[in-house]
Design a protein around this ligand. Structure first.
Ligand code: UDP
Ligand code: GLC
Length: 410
């Protein structure tokens, strides 16, 4: 990072629309799919108080969602670049070089008429920051990842370290855990990586309304009278759905619904989950629901919500959503999760990748439904206090506007 003073991210009182000097922003995201980083960009782009546009590096349902919110979207797709994944980075980037150069130029061209370039994903960071000599715009990077060697290879970590030091003007991290990993990697000052947690549409998830759970389960095709756990999120090895299946095999009469799909090429993992379920003999107690658009309904339909990531989760929107839905949440104690859940107060934390501990926690919650509901009620209040969309938008706006203001002062 250029040596920047810390941005004040505390002026929560002023609504974004009431601010003056809101800079125009080009938001860049590599994905057309609906992942957590994309959900977090939606309200920001939709309510931005000055000219803005989202540039996507792949097409997909994210584009339609943004357009339905009135956000102008443009595309700069390169199949060879979209094909590069974390695990194939070393093999593929050379072949994709012409596509990389084209995308760097396309982002720089788009950025010309904006004050700030806001990079929302890893590839957007690399391609947007490499083009800095062309566009010379202030770069804000919203970091959604824990940049540890468990999550990323040496080449990617090296590139990110270099870009953080020399091209990015301002980083905002989605959790303290993500911030700390970047500080360790890039040796920047902790105060140069402020944290802005995601905001969740609490109203949409709030379950204070009276619901006929039986009717809801019938509508969703879920077992009406079973004790039902739900695991929400894309199917990927590090999201740990296999750990939930092992726990399922250990808890008598428990049913489990997996909501989410293999979004980024993890089809082999999905297949392996089906095979594991057959091997464990739990197929009749397991439902693969696929990707769903109505998460609040699915969350309200279950008795307990599981989060099973085996690696430190950078933030974990699904955890806050589960809390907002008023359901007891059992989550993996690593990464940003420990900034959200406090064990026994507003949820349960278990050791990551430990199906025995997970099964025990499920039994604890099942045995004491009243205590579980007390904890869930506290969680709903905590979610409302700490993770509102308004707070998120105000903090992001302050951070972005602060970064742009320094460009004018310089
Ligand atoms: N989600 C969804 N439908 C699904 C599965 C997930 O809408 O079938 C949403 C979920 O509500 C959450 C996001 O996808 O807002 C996942 O974000 P999270 O931060 O939990 O994980 P990520 O996938 O970004 O690592
Ligand atoms: C990423 C992370 C997830 C986080 C989301 C939003 O996709 O994997 O943990 O909640 O970004 O910041």
């Amino acid at each position: 990072m250029h040596t920047l003073a810390t941005v004040a991210v505390s002026s929560d009182q002023v609504p974004p629309s009431a601010r003056t000097n809101v800079p125009s922003v080009l938001f860049v995201d590599q994905s057309g799919q609906l992942g957590g980083a994309e959900f977090s960009l939606m309200p920001l782009a939709a309510t931005w108080g000055a000219r803005r546009e989202v540039l996507l590096l792949s097409d997909g349902p994210f584009r339609a969602r943004l357009e339905s919110l009135g956000v102008p979207v443009s595309l700069a797709c390169e199949a060879s670049v979209s094909g590069i994944r974390k695990d194939t980075l070393r093999l593929k980037w050379l072949g994709a070089l012409p596509g990389i150069v084209r995308q760097v130029r396309a982002i720089a061209r788009h950025a010309e008429s904006f004050d700030v370039l806001f990079l929302n994903t890893q590839k957007a960071l690399v391609l947007g920051a490499l083009g800095k000599p062309l566009h010379r715009k202030r770069i804000v990077w919203y970091l959604h990842d824990v940049m540890s060697c468990e999550h990323f290879g040496p080449l990617q970590r090296l590139v990110v370290r270099w870009l953080t030091r020399y091209a990015v003007d301002h980083v905002i991290a989605n959790s303290r855990a993500s911030a700390d990993a970047l500080v360790a990697l890039a040796h920047c000052a902790p105060e140069d990586v402020p944290v802005v947690h995601n905001g969740i549409d609490l109203e949409a998830f709030n379950s204070r309304h009276i619901f006929d759970i039986g009717a809801l389960r019938r509508r969703l095709g879920l077992p009406e009278n079973a004790y039902l756990a739900g695991l929400f999120g894309r199917l990927a090895p590090w999201k740990g759905q296999h750990i939930a299946l092992e726990a399922l095999a250990r808890v008598a009469d428990l049913h489990l619904v997996l909501v989410g799909s293999a979004m980024f090429g993890e089809d082999d993992y999905e297949k392996a989950l089906h095979e594991q379920a057959a091997r464990l003999g739990v197929e009749d107690r397991l439902i693969f629901a696929g990707f769903r658009d109505d998460m609040p309904a699915w969350m309200k339909a279950v008795d307990v919500i599981l989060h099973t990531s085996t690696e430190p989760e950078p933030f974990g929107r699904v955890i806050v959503e589960g809390m907002a839905a008023g359901r007891p949440v059992i989550a993996s104690a690593a990464g940003g999760v420990t900034e959200i859940v406090s064990h026994g107060r507003n949820g349960w934390l278990v050791q990551p990748a430990n199906p025995v501990a997970l099964a025990e926690a499920i039994e604890t919650v099942r045995r004491a439904p009243e205590m579980a509901q007390d904890v869930a009620n506290r969680a709903r209040d905590d979610a409302a206090q700490r993770f509102s969309v308004d707070t998120y938008l105000n903090r992001m706006t302050s951070a972005i506007a602060g970064c742009a203001a320094r460009a004018h002062d310089a």
